[in-house]
Design a protein around this ligand. Sequence first.
Ligand code: BGC
Length: 763
Amino acid sequence: MKSEEIAEIVSQMTLEEKASLCSGKDFWHTKDIRRLGIREIMMADGPNGLRKQEGACDHLGVNESVEAVCFPTGSALGASFDRELLQNVGDILGNECRAESVAILLGPGVNMKRSPLCGRNFEYFSEDPYLASELAAAEIQGVQAHHIGCCIKHFLANNQEQFRMSISSEVDERTLREIYLGAFENAVKKGKPWSVMSSYNRINGEYVADSRKFLTEILREEWGFEGAVITDWGGVSDRILGLRAGLDLEMPSSYGVNDKRITEAVKSGELEIEILDEAIRRILKLITDFEEGKEKNAVFDREKDHLAAGEIAAQCAVLLKNEGILPLHDTQTVAFIGQYAFAPRYQGGGSSHINSFKVDSAFEILRGNPNVKFVQGYCDEDESQSGMLREEALQTASESDAAVIFAGLPDNYEIEGQDRTHMKMPEQQIRLIEEVARVNSNVAVVLHNGSPIEMPWLDKVNAVLEMYLGGEGCGRAACDLLYGKTNPSGRLAETFPMKLEDNPSYLYYHRGRDKAEYREGIYVGYRYYDTKNIPVLFPFGHGLSYTNFAYSNLGLSEKRITDMDLLDVTVDVCNTGSLPGKEVVLLFVAPPDTGTINRPAKELKEFSKVELKPGESRSVKFTLSKRAFAYYEESIHDWYVEKGKYRILICKSAQEVLLEGELEVYPEKEVTEVFDLTTPIGIILKDPVGQQVLGELMAAKKPRTGAGRDRPGEKDNGKMLEAMTAQLPLRALLSFRDMGIGHAKLQQIIDKINLMRSDKCVK
Ligand code: BGC
């Protein structure tokens, strides 16, 4: 519907009707206004399937929803590093929504994985903002092609479940920009979601739901977001402040309370009607955009989507370790051990929980295979059985050529509303793995978990296949990967630290009820481990294949560019093994060694996934722009490229650089520091103008600082004094009486220096 038609409807609405449209009719619907032909629309979770609740609705998905297909959760999808795959997932979900008349899918979730403990990490893609944002954009495009809206969530800095509805995330501006806003930026700019979900938490004391800075200035004015902002369920702080800030729709219903509040606020002059009209226009647009796609005939073919879910899961799994035992051979006898071989753990708990159409388990897939035996091994629900189940498993493992243990985290470890307190697997599973490894020397572990775990048993097993929470088709996917029908191609979108204490947020996470202090700043995930050289269990980007790839011919289109130019990077990738496979090509940028800014050792700036037959070679091309080299400079509230030599790194993981090239980048408009009386003399003398004016003056007046002169018997003393002089603030020259410079004169000198440099000065 055109904006004029929407404006026409708005002009016919009474104040009460407008106020009523600003909140839900019930848990999932907007209100309808029959008199004006305004229909209600339905929303549903998200993100990894359709949780359409009919009848009694509840907050956390306890009540049954319509049977649907459960796709791999965010952490698995993140590990695909595959935009096309995400677009395909979106396409399937969009079609399902259309068939079920759901207008808005509440997802994807792009929050950063600040700590491995966050209870909802399984719903999120990555610890890297660029990766998360790009994958989200692709999924959004897939969904929205069906005239179904996405509601990307949870905006912003919502990185823990504990006290999620009240905690204040205390984050500095640069960290917000580079990490937490970064996860949403391209998703919004490229994906153009119909809606954004404001998170429950506060940021630096202010509720996101009340924040004009985030909901209007950044989201709309800077990023060009044209959709509606919807509250997280029950996430309104002050309804009037919220409307003023750019918060359009309150969900679910406030049962008339806030409708009345809005009406009164307009009548009393507390809220301008224009602001309310703007929110109404955005909400009406959601409704009319959905209506426009209504002619599309969609069918929810659960069987077909179930098969797709399995294929997608296989593209997401990460082969973490393989000392030659995978793929398995049909002729080998194999003990399949573990409760999750019968009932995989394939999704998390809470609002994303899908009432799954059917679930493939390894047992279902391989039960007819005479070479495979299944034993339960452990029971999450009843540890008292562990001894007996372990004995049975050891017996079967000792009689088999190989053993595959399905392990990971039980259901209640990863749920909405609660964070983990440790990264450990249940003790009975650890013991099972260790003991099986003692009786069989060919052991593979298949993992079902939504976030990193510690693996004290890693050295004792030969292979580890990380399935994450791979959705309802993950049993088939795991079998296909184990037997080599599919070649693993996933890569970790997050670091697996050795232990929880190594994580950069460890000292600050869960340390307060009122404030969550993000003191690790921009050093999230690999940005920290890599820069600090901290050994990790598996680095960001890690993932093995059954084939090999060789990289060559790294080419940069330029050797020197300004921050306004583009740089093309090309690299050849060849499948040198004997199986077809997919390779994720990772491009990181490392900042100049000469830089004065505190920056991570390298950051992911591009990625691509290519499919290659044995012997096939492909040239992969990336185009980098300013952002690939920039950091967020707080003093100018903008992105800035420090001049210097940047390295382009083509990597296998964050810890393995394969090829590297270098180029010089310089800003078209250089930020120049304004000097004052407190600026160290050494800094002023390093500047050409400063050297010319102050250097000459000091040479002429020769203050007796002693710099440059050694005292007898004290070698290098002059150097020391020179260094000490360089540290002196300019005003210290006032105390060198032999220079004869007073305060007014010194101020004139520094003003002159600043003026001479001012044509370049933007700060
Ligand atoms: C969650 C959202 C979810 C909403 C509706 C909230 O508690 O935080 O992610 O979309 O409920 O179920």
